[in-house]
Write a protein that binds this ligand. Structure first.
Ligand SMILES: Cc1cc2nc3c(=O)[nH]c(=O)nc-3n(C[C@H](O)[C@H](O)[C@H](O)COP(=O)(O)OP(=O)(O)OC[C@H]3O[C@@H](n4cnc5c(N)ncnc54)[C@H](O)[C@@H]3O)c2cc1C
Length: 500
């Protein structure tokens, strides 16, 4: 071991972010050499929402050594095959952003080009009927992918989970503590910085206890206790692109049929989520306080509940954007302390997991090499911007003109990165994946098409096949998807079998 090695890591905060960090670190790092100490205040509590995820969560759970059966049981979880968007493109519309492809790429071009060719000819079947994940979601069916059936649509469906965020943190806490993570209950009241470097040396708790560290992971939530209150790092505000700044959340009874998808319904000043768990449903209205009062938001949420309420409405405030540096000196902000992108595509927990992976790749020593830190910050910024653009598309790519909120979103200025992407898609339907960006062309297409944004043309190579061959292939793909759907079990039956 070198004297420069980081041997003492302190995590401030025990919400989803803090315990995800602890679970990952305790699995990957050698706890005989590196001490991990998490401090949290039960009195302050956690944000307590964050129940829908995207497929990458499976890799995190595997990396953290979580067993799927134990995890499903402990967190009241259900499977998730995608998100249904209702009333987004225009009132009366509905589409699914599925986890998994549509059809199959042909002649080296994305499937959607072949579908657009058929659409121009008037022979296309609805796009959703080429997505097994999307069809299964709406039919209330689920099973794990069959990787042994390589050419079947069954091999390529993907999935995530809905779960109880509080139980997920508790589950990861038990795993982390069993591996040697030390936890201290208490409120951090002051922070000591090195006079020369400004690095944080220790935190002090309300009871007078001092905790030293070489590196501090700020998982303290929106407040950003270390990254902002102490280091004054600054925040880039993106509210002009994503104007929702509040949410009211409320639990209700479980759905009669446990559907394997999240539903997002666009409303007059935002949108309402419905997240089905085994024993209850999570609901919330994400809205802009410029366009609707809190009381009106509560009334809208209540009107939109499908089952009887189980809790009182809870108000949450947020500001969309990103910390100017998510790694500053010897503090790395992960979770809500790093930034916030609203939960429309269930990305926050993924951004936690991705920050953990990036930190492992750039694991520092006590010199805290600035070029490494700059790289980390640049990549984090890019990742947030790419997700931000994807979210903006849902709001901006609408024809809704039934409220001042939608008039603003439809006509607002958008980032150039997104307007360029829209311009390319509108011309020839081409979709690119920038670097390692989170959302694939399939996801971008699902939203472009779902929001009724129609391209003028499609990829010229989609004309390579003659008409008869194209029709035959499309019919076969459609038939294969329907056959797979028929044999898939109902989601709840399957889930109960897995849980045992
Ligand atoms: C309305 C809404 C809906 C969301 N839905 C989703 C979703 O569907 N999917 C998704 O992926 N994400 C979602 N998110 C985001 C998700 O909730 C968060 O990313 C996730 O919960 C991580 O939060 P956190 O751990 O960073 O912060 P928090 O949960 O706020 O935890 C902060 C921790 O820091 C501690 N702390 C703070 N100050 C101190 C102090 N002085 N001393 C000691 N401890 C302190 C607190 O006690 C707590 O333990 C949603 C967020 C909101 C607001």
């Amino acid at each position: 071991m070198s004297s420069l090695d980081v041997t003492n890591v302190v995590i401030v905060g025990g919400g989803t972010a803090g315990w995800m960090v602890a679970a990952a670190f305790s699995k990957i790092l050698n706890l005989k050499k590196i001490g991990i100490h998490l401090v949290e205040s039960e009195a302050l509590g956690t944000v307590g929402v964050g129940e829908a995820t995207i497929p990458h969560i499976k890799y995190f759970n595997r990396l953290a050594g979580l067993d799927e059966q134990a995890f499903l049981k402990a967190t009241n979880a259900t499977y998730k095959l995608g998100i249904e968007f209702v009333d987004w493109g225009k009132l009366g519309d509905a589409y699914v952003h599925p986890f998994g492809p549509y059809g199959m790429d042909m002649q080296s071009v994305h499937f959607h080009h072949s579908w657009l060719r058929q659409q121009k000819k008037g022979t296309a079947k609805p796009i959703d009927e080429f997505s097994l994940a999307g069809m299964a979601a709406k039919a209330g069916k689920f099973q794990h992918p069959r990787t042994d059936l390589q050419s079947s649509p069954m091999s390529s469906i993907d999935y995530a989970y809905h779960f109880d965020a509080t139980k997920y943190a508790e589950f990861m806490r038990s795993v982390s503590e069993s591996r040697g993570v030390k936890r201290t209950e208490g409120k951090v009241v002051s922070v000591k910085q090195n006079i020369d470097s400004g690095n944080i040396e220790s935190i002090e708790l309300e009871n007078g206890q001092t905790i030293d560290g070489d590196m501090f992971i700020d998982c303290s939530g929106f407040i950003g206790l270390l990254i902002e209150k102490t280091l004054k790092t600054g925040y880039e505000d993106w509210s002009h692109y994503l104007p929702c700044d509040r949410a009211v959340a409320r639990l209700s009874e479980r759905l009669d049929e446990l559907v394997p998808y999240t539903r997002s319904t666009a409303k007059a000043a935002g949108w309402q989520w419905r997240i089905p768990l085994q024993s209850r449903t999570g609901n919330g209205y994400v809205y802009s306080s410029d366009y609707i009062s809190d009381d009106e938001a509560v009334a809208t949420l209540n009107e939109g509940l499908d089952t009887a309420p189980l809790s009182e409405p809870r108000l949450l405030r947020f500001k969309t954007g990103i910390r100017k540096k998510t790694w500053n000196k010897n503090v790395v902000a992960i979770g809500l302390s790093a930034g916030f992108l609203e939960p429309l595509e269930s990305t926050s927990i993924h951004l936690i997991q991705s920050a953990i992976a990036r930190l492992m790749t750039n694991w520092p020593d006590k010199t805290f090499n600035q070029p490494d830190i700059d790289y980390f910050n640049r990549k984090t910024q890019e990742e947030y911007e790419q997700v931000r653009d994807f979210l903006i598309l849902h709001y901006h790519g609408t024809t809704r003109d039934d409220s001042p909120f939608w008039n603003y979103c439809r006509t607002m200025e958008i980032p150039k990165t997104l307007s360029d992407r829209i311009a390319i898609y509108k011309e020839n339907a081409r979709l690119y994946r920038e670097d390692l960006e989170l959302f694939s062309p399939v996801s971008w297409f699902a939203v472009f098409n779902g929001q009724n944004i129609t391209p003028a043309r499609y990829h010229p190579l989609a004309d390579t096949l003659d008409d008869a061959s194209l029709e035959l292939r499309m019919t076969e793909l459609h038939r294969a998807t329907q056959r797979c759907l028929e044999v898939m079990p109902q989601h709840e039956v399957y889930l109960n079998k897995v849980i045992g």
